[in-house]
Design a protein around this ligand. Structure first.
Ligand SMILES: [Zn+2]
Ligand SMILES: [Zn+2]
Length: 364
């Protein structure tokens, strides 16, 4: 049961999201606004497709665990036809999402997963598709209070999808401030702050649908008109591989933990904040970038690379739709093989896009 209802809607949803990306791109072009970079967007979209391959199996694990705990420990009976059930679940889910997201920024091993979403130096609808392929293994644990309350797994999964899809439209630079909505909703303006690497943006605005949680817990910041936002992470990824964008921070964590002088220190590297360094070692944390001189990572994108980018994205999309449409009939080992082949394919594509010969800096 858990297997079947959570994935098929994505077959319709993903093409719609891609059409919306194309509409924003066209609109920006007509208005003369440069908010897209070809290689960045192709990478973001492929990171999104990869995450669907991996999470379609990973999320089922989370939903299954949820269903087991709800069946065993669920305390209250909820009617799935009552609007109250849905509104209550949405509010509580969004509150818990705030903590999932905040923990994703505050705990190093979780940041290793979530950093993928922040690794773009652009901010547009394609950035919204830059979702992590790791992270599914821990996120479901945060939502267990819903299971203990007895919220049916169907409601949990659908509300989770609503919360995720709401966040798509807020990844745009084409919409300004939205008046009173800024008080309680996550909007393009306050989510731009979340993606900034300026000092005033760091660890701000974790909300999913509502920014009330940020206001309540002191993590809210308004966008400033006097300081343009520099998007991305302070140690830039400088790579176009969808697979590497998911793994690079795990590698640096592994190197740090391996070099630790004690078990405690090694553990701290995993569970402390991303900037944590032992007290006797000088911190190497990077400072706010100089807004006026910041250089985004750019690479040459000859026609062959552009065409291969578009072609491989369409092939990946086709394979993903095929996978989502047929995986219910596949035994688990076959699913794992399908996903593994997809990972190898994305790694190969990313390797070509990130070849040294294409990495000469250029402005567009
Ligand atoms: Zn974040
Ligand atoms: Zn975002």
């Amino acid at each position: 049961m858990v297997d079947n209802f959570s994935l098929k809607p994505m077959i319709l949803v993903i093409p719609v999201l891609l059409i919306l990306v194309f509409i924003e791109l066209s609109f920006a072009y007509l208005k003369g606004k440069k908010v897209y970079n070809f290689q960045d967007s192709i990478t973001s979209i492929n990171i999104g497709l990869l995450s669907q391959f991996v999470n379609s199996t990973g999320a089922v694990f989370g939903a299954l665990m949820y269903a087991l705990i709800e069946a065993r420990y669920g305390t209250l009976a909820w009617s799935t036809s009552s609007p109250f059930t849905w509104v209550f679940t949405l509010l509580l889910y969004d509150f818990l999402y705030y903590w999932v997201h905040r923990t994703g920024h505050m705990v190093n091993i979780f940041w290793a997963a979530h950093i993928t979403h922040h690794s773009s130096e652009e901010f547009n609808l394609s950035t919204a598709m830059r979702q992590a392929s790791t992270g599914f293994y821990f996120k479901w644990v945060f939502y267990l209070p819903l299971a203990v309350l007895g919220i049916p797994v169907q409601v949990y999964v659908v509300v989770g999808l609503i919360d995720l899809l709401y966040q798509f439209w807020v990844h745009t630079r084409l919409i300004g401030r939205l008046g009173f909505l800024e008080w309680f909703l996550v909007t393009p303006s306050n989510h731009r702050v979340h993606h900034g690497q300026n000092d005033y943006c760091i660890d701000k605005n974790f909300g999913g649908i509502f920014c009330l949680w940020d206001r309540l817990f002191g993590t809210y910041a308004d966008e400033r008109a006097d300081e343009p936002i520099v998007y991305g992470i302070r140690k830039p990824l400088k790579n176009w591989s969808p697979v590497w964008s998911n793994l690079h921070y795990y590698k640096s964590l592994w190197i740090k933990a391996k070099g630790a002088r004690s078990w405690r220190e090694g553990l701290m590297f995993l569970v402390a904040e991303p900037d944590w360094t032992p007290a006797d070692i000088k911190s190497t944390s990077t400072k706010s970038p100089a807004v006026s001189t910041y250089q985004k990572h750019r690479s040459l994108a000859p026609t062959s690379i552009r065409l291969s980018g578009i072609a491989t994205t369409l092939v990946s999309l086709g394979l993903l739709i095929l996978y989502l449409g047929t995986r219910d009939q596949m035994p688990l080992f076959q699913q794992v093989i399908f996903v593994a082949v997809a990972i190898v394919m994305f790694a190969g594509i990313g390797k070509i896009w990130s070849l040294e010969k294409f990495q000469s800096p250029q402005n567009e």
